[in-house]
Each structure stands twice: as C-alpha cells, then as structure tokens.
Design a protein. Sequence first.
Length: 489
Amino acid sequence: MTRRLAAVVVIVGLANLSCSATGGETVIIADAATTPTAVATDQASEPTPSEPATAVPTAVPEPTATPVPATEAPERLVGGETTRGTITDAVEPVLFEFVAEAGDTFALTVEPLDQDLDVVVDVVDSRRQSIFGGDVDDSFFTEFVDGIVVEESGVYTVIVSSYDDNIGDVAVTVDFAVAVALGQPVRFGQATPIEVTASGVAQITFVADEGEWIDITVVPVDDLDVVVDVRNSDGVSFLENGPVDRSFGTERIRVLEMPADGLYSVVVSGYEGASGFAEAVVERSLAGSGTFLRGSDVIDDPEEPQEFPFTAFAGDVVRLIVQPDSPDHDVVVLVIEAETGDVLYEVDATTGLEELVIEVPQDGDYYFQVWSFDDSVGSFDFVLLAPETAVLELASNDQLIGRTGNATSLQYIIQPPNSGTLTIAVDAIDEMEVTLALFDAGEDRVIDAEGTDDGRQIVTYEVAADVIYVIDVATGIGGGAFELDITVE
C-alpha cells in the first residue's frame, strides 16, 4: 500500500468544525445514521478556481491616470448580471461600463472564456482615473477584485486587455454589495428552496461564530446553472477567488472559515441571467467531536495513488474532499476495506472537486485512495473529516485540528517508514489542559506528558522504522479544540 506524501498546511481557529445535510452532498455528519453516499456532483466543471479563504474590503488606493482608448461604445453592465465581450485585437481592449452611487461597494469578476487568454483589468472614473491604482493581473485566468468602495456617483469604465497578445471572449460581472437583511436565518442542515429570477438573486442567511468551518451546497432544479457567493453582514464577499461556478449543476463550497461572529448570506444567481429554482443547505463541516485533517498531496505517477488509512467502527461517518489544483488534473476517489481489498465506493463526478462520504459498514481498517484519471498528474488539496471514534493514520509533517468532548481523548496512529526522532506538538485552541501520551507496538506507554497551564505540549521520542505507534491526546472537563503537528526526522 503506497504511503501518501505528508500533508502540509497551516490551520487556524476552530470554533466548530461541523457539517450537516448537503454540506457537500447529502450526508449530515451530525446524523451518523445517514446512509453512505458517494457525493453526486454535476457534469464537467467550469474552470473557475476555488479555495475558500477570507478577504476584507481594502482602502481605495490613490487614483492614477489611465488612458481609455477610443474604441466602440462600452457594453453596459447591470449589477448581478454577466455580460460578454470580445477582445478582437491584441492591442485594443474591450470596454464595459456601469453606473454607481457614492458609497456603493462592488466586486468585479472578469472570466476569460478562451483557455489561452490571460487578461489585465482596470476600472476608471469619468476623469479616466484608475480606482484600482493601476492594472490588475493577479491570476492566469479569472480576475476578481472585491470590496471596492465608490467615492463619487457616476459612470465607471471597465477596461479589459490581453496580457499575452491572445484574443478571445470574456465574461464580466459587477456585483454590488447589499447589506444582509435581518431575516430569519436558516438552521444548519435545513434544505431551503429558493427562486432565482433573471433580474436578481436569491439569498438565504445564517448565523455563525468566528472560527467555525462551514459547508454550503446549492442544488439547482432542471437545467439552471447557478453562481454562488458568500457575503458578510455588510454585503461584502469573502471568497478569495470570487463567486463559485465550478460546474453546470450542483455547486459546493467546503470548509469555509468564518472570519467573525455574525450574520452571513448565501447569494445565488443564474449564470448569464438564467432563472429557475434551486435548493440550498448550510452545514457545519464536522459535527461534534472529531478530527479535521487538511493539507496538500501530489500524484506524479498515474499508476501510483495516494492513500489515507483509518480505523473506524460501524456507523462512523468519514469524509474525504479532494480539489485538484489544475483544471487539467482529474481525480477518482475510492474507499477500500483493508482486509479484503474490496472497493466499497468510488466517485468521479466532476473534473474538479470530488467528495466521498461513507458510513462505515462494520468495525475495521479502511483507506481512501486518490487516483489520477486518464493519466493526468498534478497536486491536489484535501480535507479529511472523521468522528472521535475513528483513528486516522498520520504521516510526518501532518497538521490537524482535533476536538474532544467532555473528559475524552482522540487517538492517532503513525508508522514511520524510517527510524528517527518523532516530534509531537500540541497547542490548545480553547482554554483547557491537554495531556499527551505515546504508546509503542507493545502497548507500553513510552511518553506521558501532563497538562500545562498554557495548553502547549512538545515531546520527542526515537522511533523505529515500520513500527506502529499510538498517539493519545486527552482533555479535561468540558473538552475543547487543539492543534496537533507531527514530524519525523
């Protein structure tokens, strides 16, 4: 069994790692009785990058003069609607315009519709002064600028140019922030029907705490292609790469960290003004006590998968989410019973994000496998979520967040391929005492580190190659969250 590469990621905060119904598909991790479901994603994904992170409005830079070429009359943009244009000459930009009032906050998305087209974007006022402070070219594909506050009422011109002399079509959308109305927030796991109209957007609200990890799933009815955004109470998006439209069907946002306590909104629009009906669900990424392992791996040989072993009891619900870093890298995710080698579930629902959620059928050892499809290779991000009764096998340089219940512990396994010094570092996220223990293959306790006032423990131990060691992290009354880092050198 091929050992996966070490996961390297920086994870912060955790008020509540939880997940509920549709928080990705159809399984509510809070309800372990839910039947196992290989997430049914939709069709080929559109090449819009996704990685939920936070963004906040920034002060508008000092304006600089930007010449506006004398080309054809600009296409008029309407808030929330997507308008297409064409760069027909490598040296001549395509222009768009929109009307804004002083104090408006807007986000601009410019998506090349030709794979070889890389664009440069600017927005100028009536005096031809850039309100961005100059050209924006932050990616090789979609450009997204958010949290821009308009200082003066008037007409603004969007200038879209080719960076590399290629020509082609672009899709441009301007979204104006609207403060979230204090309506009745939805409950986590509650499926909410919504109607998307051609002239507007649909919106549901929810309340979350700072540090909570949230899953959002929007399932369209019939042929509606939806675009999904998440905004704070000021109406400002905090998705790093802008609104999500990865497929022609169900859109999923996974493990999104909430930046502050407050009211949030899920804003759903139709692609290019399409209208129709959909169902939206907001859930916590991990319900109750358990472990949240997040990192990156790479497949450089299509014949060699990456594996994520775990031990679980019947009824445990375990979930793996995989997001390839490139639209050219397609992956297949399987879960296999270790003793028999039987493939229990397999999913390859899109050419992008894949998610496999299982309810373990019986006590035993299992592992997820991630394969490249059609000989494609590349890196991918992953999130593995498991309840407190499951035991994950870790690798050197893994970093995770665990959360215990009242006076309980979480256990992990490590089997180093080489001998060396094992370093285990535990940091309490919540105010609590943490006790760390290490057991060898003979079940002897070789490390027993009592809790400290600051909730931090760092221990080392000389480990042998290919020997299984058990790490036990225990907390006191009330339980809480902690970070765990492991290295073997």
